[in-house]
Design a protein around this ligand. Structure first.
Ligand code: PLP
Length: 379
């Protein structure tokens, strides 16, 4: 679906977020899930740059069962905006955050004694129950408890008052890369740990291990819930998955031509003169720069679309402007729409293209787009 240029209005640059596409992506993911699997929509990092509140609301409408974020602040913001679904904090909290977690009814992960005790104390104090998930480190070595420590830990802390052990989970290190030997080994470690705990009487009703890749590719590891993030926004973690599920990018990034000029041959352009014209060339200036999160690394490398044609970025990207070569694109006018991510005519640029130019990934490209870039929601 394309929006007319006036969506940009007076704004120099917008990120257009298509909520219908977002809903379709969730539906497509639900379609590949094992019957009865819960879906936690992971919308951390301001919904990977798409805007956490509108995306959370749309996730609810699309039938997500739960929401996952990284920080307590994000969880509190969702609650203050009326979100009622269970909200998971996927990063470790520190004991000081226990009161927000309990009072805003957030679900924390527990992988240390300190956090278990702080949540228990706070829950007791306010007469509530803190719902928690035990996090196990099976090889990512970021958060989580060493599997060997889980049984002694449960012996000491499972029955702490005020805690409700609703779930247990892990996060794989190398699923996106398709390293299935490693991933299956991590999965077995998780399952063996859970079995050992359950044998000893420590139960965890909701077991979950999988992000987008597992949701798409490994039904055998769906367990009780999956936690897709980037796939909701239309990007497969790996291109090999494109055959398995149809996903469409949710965000388009659009800017405007704000200046046009003709330069003589052998003219150096931009800071440091990093580009030099080879003939008489026409240069366009667009109103986006690395201050908008359009990375400086795209200097002399990236491409944009204007008038249905590709134009090369030339010279060094500055904080607020980017120069493009429009010599081969006739009939341009100041104010013309320029597509940085999205489609125009037959041409298309995706966040994956930008990630490739930058030797980065899609998550970084999307989440880097600054808040000053207005998010415009269309349905
Ligand atoms: C970010 C994250 C996810 C979502 O990952 P995607 O690869 O974007 O689907 C799931 N679980 C945890 C614990 C995460 O940190």
């Amino acid at each position: 679906m394309s929006t007319p240029f006036h969506a940009l209005g007076n704004h120099h640059t917008i990120a257009e977020i298509n909520l219908t596409t977002f809903r379709k992506n969730i539906k497509a993911i639900k379609h590949v899930l094992k019957q009865g699997t819960l879906i936690m929509a992971v919308i951390k990092t301001d919904a990977y740059g798409h805007g956490i509140i509108p995306i959370a609301q749309e996730a609810v409408r699309a039938g997500a069962n739960r929401i996952g974020v990284t920080t307590v602040e994000e969880g509190v913001k969702l609650r203050k905006n009326g979100l009622l679904l269970p909200i998971h904090i996927l990063s470790s909290i520190i004991p000081d955050q226990a009161s927000d977690v309990v009072n805003y009814n957030l679900i924390a992960q527990v992988s240390t004694e300190d956090v278990a005790k702080a949540l228990s104390t706070e829950a007791e104090r306010v007469g509530k129950e803190a719902t928690v998930h035990l996090k196990i480190d099976t090889g990512l070595h970021r958060f989580g408890m060493n599997p060997n420590e889980t049984l002694p830990f449960c012996k000491k802390y499972y029955s702490l008052s005020g805690l409700c052990w609703e779930g247990i989970y892990t996060h794989f290190s190398s699923a996106d890369e398709g390293e299935w030997n490693t991933t299956e080994q991590q999965y077995r470690l998780f399952m063996n740990t859970v079995a050992q705990l359950e044998e000893a009487g420590y139960t965890f009703p909701i077991k979950h291990v999988g992000a987008s890749t597992i949701a798409i590719e490994r039904e055998d590891m769906h367990l009780d819930m999956v936690r897709p993030g980037i796939a909701l926004f239309g990007y497969h973690p790996s291109l090999r998955q494109e055959k398995q599920i149809m996903l469409e990018p949710v965000m388009s990034l659009k800017s405007k031509l704000i200046h046009l000029k003709t330069l003589a041959p052998n003219t150096k352009v931009g800071y440091g003169g990093k580009y030099s014209t080879t003939k008489t060339e026409q240069i366009g200036i667009i109103s986006i720069g690395h201050g908008d999160g359009y990375k400086r690394g795209l200097s002399n490398i990236g491409k944009v679309i204007v008038n249905g044609k590709e134009a090369n970025i030339i010279g060094t990207i500055s904080l607020d402007q980017t120069l493009i070569n429009v010599t081969e694109i006739p009939n341009l006018t100041i104010g013309d729409e320029v597509i940085l991510i999205g489609k125009q005519g037959e041409k298309r640029i995706s966040a994956r293209d930008i990630a490739n130019w930058l030797d980065s990934n899609v998550d970084e490209v999307l989440a880097s787009i600054m808040v000053r870039v207005l998010r415009v929601y269309i349905t």
